[in-house]
Design a binder for this molecule. Sequence first.
Ligand SMILES: Nc1ncnc2c1ncn2[C@@H]1O[C@H](COP(=O)(O)OP(=O)(O)OP(=O)(O)O)[C@@H](O)[C@H]1O
Ligand SMILES: O=P(O)(O)O[C@H]1[C@H](O)[C@@H](O)[C@H](OP(=O)(O)O)[C@@H](OP(=O)(O)O)[C@H]1O
Ligand SMILES: [Mg+2]
Ligand SMILES: [Mg+2]
Length: 308
Amino acid sequence: MSNLSSKPYQIGYALTPKKEQTFIVPSLLSYASQNGVVLTKIDPTKPLIQQGPFDCILHKLYDSDWKQNLQDFASRNPNIPIIASPESIDILRNRISMLETVSKLKINNTGVPKQITITEVTGLENLKLNFPLIAKPLDADGSETSHKLHLIFDKDGLNNLTAPLVLQEFVNHGGVVFKVYVAGKYFRCVKRKSLPDISEEKLVNLKGSLPFSQVSNLAAAGGGEGCKFEKTEMPPESLVKELVEGLKEELRLNLFNFDVIRDGKNKENYLVIDINYFPGYAKMPDFESVITDFLRDVVHKDINCGDN
Ligand SMILES: Nc1ncnc2c1ncn2[C@@H]1O[C@H](COP(=O)(O)OP(=O)(O)OP(=O)(O)O)[C@@H](O)[C@H]1O
Ligand SMILES: O=P(O)(O)O[C@H]1[C@H](O)[C@@H](O)[C@H](OP(=O)(O)O)[C@@H](OP(=O)(O)O)[C@H]1O
Ligand SMILES: [Mg+2]
Ligand SMILES: [Mg+2]
């Protein structure tokens, strides 16, 4: 469906340089403009109301000046959709509130790993969690450190952690993580390599902790032991759909992905381990058309972006 007969839709975007580099790529810009959607860079340090005009705002910035800038724009332009509301994005910037949304859904055969928040790294002797654990920074704010995780094999591994953090039970899942990308009405589930299982026998010989980062982006991750990756079955479509619909409603977000693993001890059971606002869509096949269709749906108000 082209938009060439009428004026192109103007989408203003405000992104970090890293996000701009991976998302605002020539293939997206040209596909979008051929289909009546023009993406224009916003200067977030200047008032939004002095820029544009825009039919829609797309952003992934978190600082308070930007939030104020957005709010001023929204109060003057209540009918211009903003993707997405800072309140919704903030739910995903904290790894506890992020996964609470999944627990609230109460969908059969889905859940989250057992986890606790640690605000001080002392007095961790009587944790009600079983090793191995994963330590994750509490803030998922897009910084490099927010992706620096640790596998913790025993009590010694709990030394030298930096609070605030989340300690989450590591769940064996066959070395494959399912990433579900959502863009409005569209969703797609893809397989990625993950951390390999840690058997009880292996655990005996594993001491302390092991740092790791963005494992699903590494081609070499997982795999070992006969590489079952290709043979791994996808989760049931109905379950993925239920999670997508539930999370969209609970979070009031349209652009996100979530990571799901299949519990090795109970293969019917799926655990959500991470949810990300506005993830790396360019890794998805056909991302140019998916994003263009989504932006058009937003401007047409076929999709509701929340508050305004
Ligand atoms: N509880 C868990 N049990 C087993 N493996 C896990 C668990 N939590 C995380 N992992 C593994 O670690 C990887 C990174 O964890 P997570 O997705 O929480 O981090 P992230 O830095 O937020 O990732 P992203 O780059 O997707 O934002 C997962 O993709 C998965 O391979
Ligand atoms: O650095 P922050 O703002 O947290 O965002 C990251 C997400 O957390 C990741 O999930 C994205 O990678 P995936 O699309 O593989 O999940 C990752 O994708 P990218 O590295 O391709 O941009 C980022 O969007
Ligand atoms: Mg993840
Ligand atoms: Mg994440």
